[in-house]
Ligand binder design. Sequence first.
Ligand SMILES: [Fe+2]
Ligand SMILES: [Fe+2]
Length: 308
Amino acid sequence: MFTLAHLSDPHLSGWPLPQPQELLSKRVLGFFSWQLRRRFIHRQSVLDRVMADLAQSQADHTVVTGDIINISLPQEFANAAAWLQRIGPPDRVTVIPGNHDRYIALPWSKHLALWDAYMTGDDQPIPASGTDRDAARFPFLRRRGPMALIGVSSAEPMPYNSAAGHVGPDQLGRLANMLGALEAEGRFRVVLIHHPPQGRATHERKALIDASAFRDVVAQKGAELVLHGHTHRAHLDHIPGPRHRVPVLGVPSASARPHGDKPAGGYHLYRVTRANQGWDLEIETRGLPRQGAGLETTGRFRLASQPV
Ligand SMILES: [Fe+2]
Ligand SMILES: [Fe+2]
């Protein structure tokens, strides 16, 4: 059995006030959104409890599906690198970026490069510093136990007031090739993508622009599981695959207090076992109760392969 932990959207707090010149961009909107609203939702105290529970979970590997930070300030990238080390070493933790991690256009080498060791495939050398590699590095592939973890980036700098995502045809072409080859290996293929790829998962302003092209790739090549963040909710949906429907799972923000109709912080555990003709997937959702200090199991269920 292989246990994969999934957390997302910690939107780390504790970053210093930006310099005025750092706000001469879309960042100014995100900064005021943080000051007026989001800092009361994303709490270090919640994230600490989630992290403590995760440390006890005996997961073999952890994936973080983006939005680690908020407005892509240099100090936020550095804070996030230290936070990732708290989860575990890079060979046991896999990260993909979210829209808040590419809030504005910045040189990769000075910002996201700080997380490179967590976003690099097994056969992919970490580029020398100063090298800007952007979409070309995705999707990356890591093999762990029976699993193939495929990191897709839907994070692209977007205009003011847009939190949309975009994967692009080049990345989708490489994803199709990868999924085909991994099926021949008999791997449990997990695709990681920040924006939910299923239809109508979120408002158009926040949606994955090329979601239908992504779904076409999965419909042709298949995958065993798709994991996303971005919505700050637990979701279970399905998209078509070539033989079976492919489960798509979203997870609450790892740092959130309950707000509106969105739940308190939590994460998921996926336990994968080889079964006679395929795989057995057990899903355990862990979350903070309305009262009480520690996390509890909020759901546990099994998924069987379902015909299209
Ligand atoms: Fe988010
Ligand atoms: Fe997001």
